[in-house]
Each structure stands twice: as structure tokens, then as C-alpha cells.
Design a protein around this ligand. Structure first.
Ligand code: PG9
Length: 623
């Protein structure tokens, strides 16, 4: 046998390969990467319940005593570790990993259980062990078991691990903090999904985000990549309108059969299902053990609520104000990992994202992960002040708790001082057959170039619609600075029995902007959100509205840190739909809006009051 083998191996060069020789070798063919500056290994890491998780470990060739940086993802670990095919880590790994690579870190990506290469079952928002999860595993145990394996098996490491990740990957970072492995020394959750009901991906204040149906399809119809919903209609506004209610829309594609869709449809209000899995509430009950830097974009179009909530929940435990940090940059969702010099038409002071990664995040990680690294000069809060275009180091967030109301007034005016005289209210007809679009039509949810920066898109397209009320101040003579979450205090009635209220705080640029002419008169959204009227007495208490009765609607808008400059004006827009980002409120109270019937969708006359004792206002956190 041996001599036969030797003969085959040393066959003369002229010997022909049979035409029928199989072209794919029976044994796995390892393609070498000549000149690679890394070694890539794949491990199936066993969890405590025997399930193995697919993990890619990228080790710099010269690594010795190197820290490890872990990301746990539902978005395909193999792909996350291969942005480009290249022998160089810098080209191969994600753009935002630039400083980890420069710092010689070992980079680890892992598929969460049930996705892509990992075994086990996928649960989209897997709750921590407890009443909602009676198994022995969750994202905290999976992170724990993974870190335990890494420190015992990656010989080139120094036994210290950091975790980083944005959005879903930020959610898995936060989950690891619920019961952290001792080797987990620092964490940076970015744009993390924290509370899917209050103000992150699934709902905002009870209003469901319709495009999420497509996310359910792509994420939960298959373990690997799954296709998007195919509507056959170019304009997503048109398609969603024709589809009817959210359940009608889901039924068309059969995705009402998916468990995650069912969970959403069964829990339209903020019941114990949502409350018990809100990550900020969970973390508030656990000791703060790991230095953490919460990161979010000022115009984060997906998770603008959670990072502040998670920071606030854990901040109470940070006795010396040196373990729990907040960073807010002028970014879109996950924008921290890409170029940060512009967003839509806005231009910032250099590449704010690269600055943050190099000058703030990397020294923070190094301090905690690299043996002998110096202490980083990490501020408790680092906030990019929009309008003034400057980074600010702060001791706390929110900076201001002093609220100054700006009142809506007769004649569509806006200003300090309670309204005196004039009309008592303004009204508009909200027609569910013609909802107000959230961006100009045609709406293409798949067009990343439109979706990613949509929160900074010009609100001028909506200010003159008859179903949008627009109040505007005089041009400012001095800067007006706000830092915190504006509070809406609306006195409103509807002729229906339920209604949505969308309130937008806007910075109106001067008529002419010499440095950037296309910004003349631009209406820039500073803080905007939606509130479902049925929850005015409690998010877990949906209640019908009495037609035409004036009621108070009080809710927080997203955090802002902004300077309205002299010559700019302050604007407030109010409307009752924001479609198709948010499903329509039928404006007739039904037990569950997901199942509204065609006849429930009715026009309603909405009135916004600016009368004595009913002074509608936005309270601004001025300083
Ligand atoms: N915003 C996305 C998401 C996070 C968590 C759950 C569902 C969706 C994301 O970008 O990952």
C-alpha cells in the first residue's frame, strides 16, 4: 500500500489527470492565506446545556498575552469576521474594529444560539432565566460559558475579555452584564435594544413599527439568511395602506404563524411580558461589576430610548461616578462604527466616530484589558452638542433637570409665557386613509441611504399639510441650549375614541445659510416621537378616549443635547400618524389594534388647545 501511495505521489509531471477525476477533494481543502497577519480558528464552544455555539476567533500572528474582544451576534459570525477577503485583519474585520486591530487584540465573533452556525433554539428576545425563561440558559450564561472557554483555550490571550457590539449585538453585551464572568473586564454596548416596547425596535410608546414585520421574516423564518417580504409594490407606503391592519399585512405573508409575531400580537400593551424583559429594569437589580460605556447616536433611528435607560438604571450604583459611562455622538443607529463626519446634509467637526473609537473607546478598553496600560481619562458622560458642534465632557446625564415650557399659541406661534387671548385651539382632520408619511414618498424601507439618516431629513415636506399643525417661534436673539429629554404636555381632544399623537421638536435654520446654501430654511428634527393615546393613564392600562373631551397627554421625547443658535427658530409639529414606520391607529378604540377591522379606521377631528388651564407646551431641559 505504501509503495502504491508513493508511486501516486511521485507520478511524473506529464501524467494526465483523468477527465472524470472529481474536482472537489473528498477531504476539506484548507486554502492558505499567504502573508496573512492573523490566524483564523473556528470553535464550537459547548454551553452548560450541551448546546455548542459557532465561534470565530481571529488571532494576530504575533499575539502573546493579548486581550480578547467578543461580540455575540444573530447576524452571522462568519460574515462579521469577513468584511473583505484579505490577508490583513484591517481589511477583513469590520470597519469599526480598526483600533482593536492596531492594539493587537484577539477578535472573537459568536453566533447566538439557534442562529447560523450555532446549535440550539433561537428566541429573538431571550429573557433572562426567571418567570419568562424557565430553562437553565440565557444570554448571560452563554456569554459566561463562552468567556470561560476562551480564557482556558486561547493560549495567546492574557485571560482578559471585553465585549462590544451594536444594536442586537449591544443587547447581548448588556445581557452578559447581568451575571458577568470574572474575566469580563469592560463592556461597550452600542445602540443597544433595551426595551422593545417603550422606545426601541418594536414599539414606541405603544405604537408598533410596521417594518419590523419584515425583520421578523428575515430573522425568524430560517436559522441562516432568509429573504425579505416581497410585496410587488415599489412604494412601501402604498403597499402598507392597501394591506390593512398589521395582522392583515402579516397574514398575507403567513408570518402571523411565526412565534415572534404571535408574541407581539398577544402583548400590545406594556404588560409583565415586556416589563420583565426590559433590560434596564433587569440591570437595575444587579450589582454593577463591569466598567461599562453605553454608546448611542443622537439620531439613532432604531434604538434611541434604550441606551439612556440602561445608563440611568446602572448609574445609581456607580458610587464614585467612574464605572458607568455614557457617550452620545452625532450618529445614526450604529453610526459609531462607520464614518462620522456627516449625517444626511449635516457636517460635523471631523470624523466624530473615528475620534471616539481612537481617543475614547480604545483607551477605555486598554485600561481594563491590556496588562500594564495607563488609566484612561474617561469622562462620566461624553456628549456631542449638536448646533454648537462640539464634544462636551459632563459629570452626569441629563445635564439639566430644569424644565422650561415653550407654549403653543394662537396664530401658530410658539414661545415662552402662557398663551394670552386669541383662538383657544387649532384643529385638523386625521384620516387613516391618508396617513402622514414619515419621509417623503415613495417610501423605500430597503433603501439604506434613506432609512439610516431619516431622522435628520427635512421636515418642511410635512409642515404645510392640512393634517399637521405647525407652531413656530420668532427667530432667536440668543442661543437656547437644551440637554436632556424634552417633555410633551399636550391638551388635546379627538372626535374618535383613540388617537396617536406625534410631536416633533424642530430647529428651523435661517432663510439663508451662506456656508451651506441648501440648508436655508431647513427644518431639522431634534427630538421627535409618537404616543398612543390609549396609554395616557398608564402603559399597561389601555383606555378608550371620550370623544371631544379634552385630555392631557404627557410623554417624554428622546434625549437631545442641542443649541438653537441665534437667527434659528424653534418649531413644533403635531400630527396623528407617521406612516408606514408606525402602524395606523384606527381612531376607534378596539381591544387590540393589531386586529382592527376595515370599518374601525375612521377620520377624526383632533384639537390642540392653547387656552387658560389647557396650555399645551413642550417643556425643554434648558441650562
Ligand atoms: N435594531 C436592530 C435590532 C436590535 C434588536 C432586536 C431587533 C432588531 C439591529 O440593528 O440589530
Amino acid at each position: 500500500v505504501l509503495s502504491l501511495l508513493l508511486t501516486a505521489l511521485h507520478a511524473p509531471a506529464s501524467a494526465q489527470t483523468s477527465a472524470m477525476a472529481p474536482d472537489i477533494p473528498a477531504a476539506r481543502f484548507e486554502l492558505p492565506v499567504p502573508g496573512a497577519d492573523y490566524v483564523k480558528q473556528v470553535a464550537m464552544i459547548p454551553m452548560r446545556d450541551g448546546v455548542k455555539l459557532y465561534t470565530v476567533i481571529v488571532i494576530p500572528t504575533d499575539a502573546r498575552g493579548a486581550p480578547m474582544m467578543l461580540t455575540r451576534t444573530p447576524y452571522n459570525a462568519a460574515k462579521r469576521a469577513e468584511r473583505n477577503v484579505s490577508p490583513h485583519m484591517l481589511s477583513m474585520l469590520p470597519e469599526g474594529d480598526d483600533n482593536f486591530i492596531a492594539g493587537g487584540y484577539i477578535r472573537v465573533f459568536q453566533d447566538v444560539r439557534g442562529k447560523h452556525g450555532s446549535e440550539g433554539e433561537y428566541v429573538m428576545n431571550r429573557p433572562l432565566r426567571g418567570t419568562l425563561n424557565t430553562t437553565q440558559v440565557d444570554h448571560a450564561t452563554d456569554a459566561w460559558d463562552t468567556i470561560d472557554w476562551l480564557v482556558k483555550n486561547v493560549a495567546q490571550s492574557n485571560g482578559k475579555v471585553g465585549m462590544v457590539g451594536s444594536s442586537y449585538e449591544g443587547f447581548t453585551v448588556l445581557m452578559a452584564l447581568a451575571d458577568p464572568h470574572p474575566a469580563l473586564r469592560a463592556a461597550v454596548p452600542m445602540s443597544a435594544m433595551v426595551d422593545g416596547w417603550r422606545g426601541d425596535d418594536w414599539f414606541h410608546n405603544g405604537a408598533f413599527r410596521l417594518p419590523m414585520l419584515n425583520y421578523f421574516a428575515t430573522q425568524t423564518t430560517a436559522r441562516g439568511n432568509a429573504p425579505s417580504l416581497s410585496t410587488g409594490v415599489y412604494d412601501d407606503y402604498e403597499f402598507a395602506l392597501r394591506a390593512g391592519s398589521t395582522s392583515d399585512y402579516a397574514r398575507r405573508f403567513g408570518i402571523d404563524q411565526l412565534n415572534f409575531t404571535k408574541k407581539i400580537f398577544e402583548h400590545p400593551a406594556y404588560d409583565s411580558f415586556w416589563q420583565e424583559q426590559a433590560v434596564d429594569r433587569v440591570l437595575a437589580t444587579r450589582p454593577l461589576k463591569v466598567p461599562t460605556m453605553h454608546v448611542v447616536g443622537r439620531w439613532d433611528q432604531e434604538d434611541i430610548y434604550g441606551p439612556y435607560a440602561a445608563y440611568a438604571a446602572t448609574e445609581r450604583m456607580d458610587k464614585n461616578n467612574d464605572m458607568n459611562h455614557l457617550v452620545v455622538g452625532p450618529w445614526r443607529h450604529s453610526g459609531v462604527n462607520y464614518q462620522g463626519s456627516t449625517l444626511g446634509p449635516l457636517k460635523f467637526n471631523g470624523d466624530t466616530a473615528a475620534q471616539f473609537r481612537r481617543d475614547v473607546m480604545q483607551p477605555f478598553f486598554d485600561q481594563h484589558l491590556r496588562d500594564g496600560a495607563p488609566k484612561a481619562n474617561t469622562a462620566p458622560v461624553l456628549s456631542y452638542r449638536t448646533g454648537a458642534d462640539q464634544w462636551q465632557k459632563l459629570d452626569k446625564w441629563p445635564l439639566s433637570s430644569k424644565m422650561q415650557p415653550v407654549y403653543l399659541k394662537a396664530g401658530f406661534a410658539l414661545g415662552q409665557g402662557k398663551p394670552a387671548g386669541g383662538a383657544q385651539f387649532d384643529e385638523y382632520v386625521s384620516d387613516p386613509a391618508k396617513p402622514v408619511p414619515f419621509i417623503s414618498r415613495p417610501v423605500r424601507m430597503h433603501d439604506a441611504a434613506v432609512w439610516k439618516p431619516w431622522l435628520v431629513s427635512d421636515q418642511r415636506s410635512f409642515s404645510d399639510r392640512p393634517d399637521v399643525l405647525t407652531y413656530v417661534s420668532e427667530p432667536l436673539t440668543a442661543p437656547m441650549k437644551i440637554a436632556g429629554a424634552p417633555m410633551v404636555n399636550l391638551f388635546a381632544s379627538t372626535s374618535g375614541t383613540d388617537a396617536d399623537w406625534v410631536v416633533k421638536l424642530i430647529d428651523v435654520y435661517p432663510d439663508e445659510v451662506s456656508a451651506q446654501p441648501e440648508m436655508g430654511g431647513y427644518q431639522l428634527g431634534i427630538s421627535m416621537d409618537i404616543f398612543r393615546g390609549r396609554y395616557r393613564q398608564g402603559f399597561d392600562k389601555p383606555l378608550a378616549v371620550t370623544p371631544n373631551k379634552v385630555e392631557r397627554y404627557r410623554f417624554e421625547l428622546p434625549n437631545a443635547d442641542h443649541v438653537f443658535l441665534p437667527g434659528h427658530r424653534v418649531m413644533v409639529q403635531i400630527q396623528s400618524s407617521w406612516f408606514p414606520l408606525y402602524e395606523r391607529n384606527p381612531q376607534t378604540f378596539v381591544p387590540n389594534i393589531f386586529f382592527a377591522q376595515p370599518g374601525d379606521y375612521r377620520k377624526a377631528t383632533q384639537r390642540i388647545y392653547h387656552a387658560p388651564g389647557m396650555e399645551s407646551a413642550i417643556e425643554l431641559p434648558v441650562y
